[in-house]
Ligand binder design. Structure first.
Ligand code: BDR
Ligand code: CA
Length: 328
């Protein structure tokens, strides 16, 4: 039996971050060491509240939760309550946790965990899974670049090769703090951190039907299955669709079951200017073995494993099974 993989989630909980937290907290193949919070879908205080609530539901008071950046590096925060509800997590009216967050700033908590991991065995290296604007991670890698030695890889939800959601060009997490995303990609090249981009090309593919969510909700007892069912139900009703994506949870599926994801290693940059394209991930799909010397920008310094397709049924099944109490 292999040891569970140590992971840390960075979240802006968020309906689909909650779906991801349920999976990461419950699946035996991963060891959720901490959760760090950043402003995004909701203000950072609501994100902390929502995150603690989910961890209470799954009975994981052992997982430290730290508050991080409340706003992007340059621009003001712009939440997505119109998507996630007034409280940022489907307005379920479930009780708040009585637990307090870790007193450290998210960046300090990450630094501590990663520094320890760096001095351990290679198996102790941490997989960092940002599911939110990359503000905390940019601050970490700029302030404490040596912490990168404790990382196995970064698997982030963000960007896309073809489509946007926050704008026609840009995906929400990258659009919310493009400078942070650019810093993280640049740091990955400098510090030799492997990166997987779980973007919009696959994000919407992994779906759960209203019938499946009703079965989860019917389990009741305000446990993980009921929460999972209510989250999917909220999204499918909001959009008037017969099903809904498990969203950020797909990136956690990619950590647990990489074989379900098809990736291509490609150079990626973030558009920081642009009238209509700020926050877009520019994924370069050209063949650089040919003559591209005319391109004044040159090849992007960072190559990323970009998710191009997903075995959606396999990931949906993994999620359903786990949140409903069976993991094999
Ligand atoms: C992202 O937007 C947010 O709503 C989700 O939490 C996810 O991280 C997808 O763009
Ligand atoms: Ca998110």
């Amino acid at each position: 039996m292999t040891e569970p993989l140590p992971i840390v989630l960075d979240v802006d909980t968020g309906v689909d971050d909650a779906c991801a937290l349920l999976l990461a907290a419950l699946h035996p193949d991963v060891d959720l060491r901490a959760v760090t919070c950043v402003g995004g879908n909701a203000g950072v205080d609501d994100v902390v509240r929502n995150t603690l609530k989910v961890l209470d539901v799954v009975g994981r008071p052992d997982v430290p939760v730290a508050r991080g950046a409340g706003r992007p590096l340059i621009e003001p925060a712009r939440d997505a309550r119109h998507v996630h509800g007034e409280d940022g997590m489907a307005d379920l009216g479930w009780p708040s946790s009585e637990r307090h967050p870790d007193p450290r700033h998210a960046v300090e908590l990450l630094r501590g965990l990663l520094s320890r991991a760096a001095t351990g065995e290679p198996a102790d290296r941490i997989t960092l899974v940002p599911l939110a604007p990359l503000t905390n991670i940019a601050l970490l890698l700029r302030t404490y670049p040596e912490a990168a030695a404790g990382l196995r890889e970064i698997v982030f939800m963000g960007g896309g090769t073809e489509i946007g959601n926050a704008t026609a060009s840009a995906e929400f997490n990258v659009w919310h703090d493009p400078e942070a995303a650019a810093i993280v990609l640049e740091s990955a090249a400098e510090l030799d951190i492997p990166v997987v981009m779980y973007g919009l090309d696959v994000f919407y593919d992994v779906r759960v039907s209203r019938e499946q969510s009703a079965e989860l909700t019917a389990v009741g007892g305000r446990g993980p299955a009921e929460l999972a069912g209510r989250l999917v139900d909220f999204q499918s009703r909001r959009l008037g669709q017969p099903d809904a994506t498990i969203g950020d949870a797909g990136a956690v599926c990619a950590v647990i079951d990489r074989a379900g994801l098809t990736t291509v290693r490609l150079p990626v940059r973030v558009e920081l200017a642009g009238t209509f394209s700020r926050g877009r991930t520019i994924v370069d799909r050209r063949d650089w073995s040919g003559d591209l010397a005319h391109d004044p920008h040159g090849i992007a310094p960072t190559s990323v494993e970009v998710a191009m397709s997903v075995d959606a049924g396999r990931y949906a099944e993994l999620w359903l099974r786990t949140v409903n109490g069976g993991t094999r």
